[in-house]
Ligand binder design. Structure first.
Ligand code: SAM
Length: 227
């Protein structure tokens, strides 16, 4: 809250806030943060559970919803037997102003099956959500699907709720142009910062626990070898 007003603007904020759902002492929602980051960017990817977004919906009043993606994990959280075992989390994309002015790179995976895959007629009941269709060929680009599987970080996590780079990378690829700048105001172990560096982007991270800041420094000190 003290640092945010000192920062300049960012192409996007990509962040993973405290959901307010665990007994971790740091897991407390800082009231007002979505409004504060709205002064720094027009594009926000935010991780969370549906319960978190539902309970905090008024906090996102400055934002319009663009889309949501599902992070499918290999394991579940919670051992309650009175509900389905939750093996997913959400990341929602919010924006401000005109959608046309928001930077976005078409998200693709290189596994198209047929040349006709993306040439089908748009069903009549779809409203106009923009023209994002393109022709492709076997093994070529295909519009990335909104359920993204990535193994959790169990076994090597240094943050209690660490996100794998595999789920953060497509969000950053989408929202931040090459050489652009991203803010993660709940940086944890520094996953967004590490992904930003590997994509050639600039990043600022804020993290309240000094032990996590040490982990970030250690993580970012490891450099890729230039093979
Ligand atoms: C869900 S975790 C982020 C995990 C991160 N995405 C990763 O992959 O390691 C949220 C982090 O926010 C930090 N945090 C909680 N309240 C904060 C605040 N007011 N300001 C900055 N960081 C805070 C917590 O210490 C925690 O590490």
């Amino acid at each position: 809250m003290e640092i945010l007003p000192l920062l300049g603007s960012f192409d996007a904020v990509v962040t993973d806030p405290p959901y307010n759902e665990t007994s971790c002492e740091w897991d407390v929602w800082p009231v007002g943060w979505p409004a504060m980051v709205a002064r720094l960017t027009d594009s926000l990817w935010c991780f969370g559970s549906f319960r978190m977004f539902w309970e905090r919906r008024d906090e996102f009043a400055d934002w319009k919803l663009a889309q949501d993606v599902v992070w499918e994990k290999h394991n579940g959280s919670g051992a309650r037997t009175d509900r389905f075992r939750r093996i997913h989390e959400l990341a929602i994309h919010l924006y401000r102003g005109q959608w046309e002015e928001i930077h976005k790179a078409t998200p693709v995976t290189m596994d198209a099956r047929k040349i006709t895959a993306n040439r089908r007629q748009k069903p009549g009941h779809w409203s106009d959500i923009g023209n994002s269709s393109f022709a492709s060929e076997e093994g070529g680009p295909r519009l990335m699907q909104s359920i993204i599987y990535s193994r959790s970080c169990h076994g090597y996590a240094v943050n209690e709720t660490q996100k794998p780079e595999g789920i953060v990378a497509p969000l950053l690829e989408y929202a931040v142009p090459p050489g652009g700048a991203v803010l993660d105001c709940f940086a944890g172990s520094g996953t967004v910062l590490a992904v930003a560096r590997s994509q050639g982007k600039r990043a600022v991270g804020i993290e309240s626990r000094e032990s996590q800041c040490d982990e970030i420094v250690r993580r970012l000190a490891q450099r890729e070898l230039g093979f």
